[in-house]
Design a binder for this molecule. Structure first.
Ligand code: SAM
Length: 213
């Protein structure tokens, strides 16, 4: 998702109390930031933030951090976030997840959510996929040993690639379904923007939950 450049997006983000701006200085200090020891869940590539906002509403005892690369997209999430200004367990960061190890210390993150991540279909861009072995390495460096990565997508090629990455790194496949909405795992499922769009077009939704070795 990349919306056209929105004039003033960067300025609006810079002024927002719902965005952490000096994210690298927070490394190892996220529990202090939230003022509690609750688990920390992050969503990488949250887009307009529908999923993470609903998650934060349903789970007040979990701290949520939404990561999005583009200002124009984050701005849309912020517009919704402002309507829920009482939520004190949700914050956003505008950054490229490539640098995630600069922002979180080892063992700081409990779970990671990847929803409808960009497929980067060309082979030469495979390392940019958020489920590539390169990214799984990064997640291993910031997640607790018990931590899990949950990944949803309608893109079968990306899903197959992700299963291969997980196997290559020796991660355990805890849950795997090729049709989430018809599976036993659908109860309590929160639909993302892309999930609503693509399931509306008749696409099946794949989901995996994986755990590092
Ligand atoms: N998760 C949302 C959903 O399911 O509706 C949005 C899906 S959209 C296809 C993927 C999003 O991930 C885009 O907003 C994109 O900007 C963001 N993204 C892609 N690569 C990223 C990266 N390396 N770091 C942070 N965000 C990224």
């Amino acid at each position: 998702m990349r919306l056209r450049n929105i004039p003033g997006a960067r300025e609006a983000i810079a002024e927002s109390p719902f965005v952490v701006h000096d994210e690298e200085s927070m490394k190892g200090k996220w529990h202090d930031f939230f003022g509690n020891d609750n688990p920390i869940h992050i969503e990488i590539g949250m887009g307009k933030g529908t999923y993470i906002m609903e998650s934060a509403k349903r789970n007040p005892n979990i701290n949520y951090i939404g990561i999005e690369k583009y200002s124009s997209v984050l701005l849309r999430a912020l517009e919704k976030r402002e309507e829920e200004s009482n939520l004190n367990n949700l914050i956003f960061i505008r950054m490229d997840a490539e640098y995630i190890e600069n922002v979180f210390a080892p063992d700081e993150v409990d779970n990671i959510f990847l929803n409808f991540s960009d497929p980067w279909p060309k082979d030469r861009n495979a390392k940019r996929r958020l489920t590539s072995t390169r990214f799984l390495d990064r997640y291993e460096h910031i997640m607790k040993k018990s931590g899990k990565v949950t990944f949803k997508t309608d893109n079968n090629d990306l899903f197959d690639f992700s299963l291969e990455s997980a196997k290559e790194k020796g991660w355990e496949i805890v849950i795997m379904t090729r049709d989430l909405h018809k599976s036993e795992y659908n109860e309590g499922n929160i639909m993302t923007e892309y999930e609503k769009k693509f399931s509306g077009l008749g696409h099946k939704i794949n989901m995996m939950v994986i755990k590092m070795p």
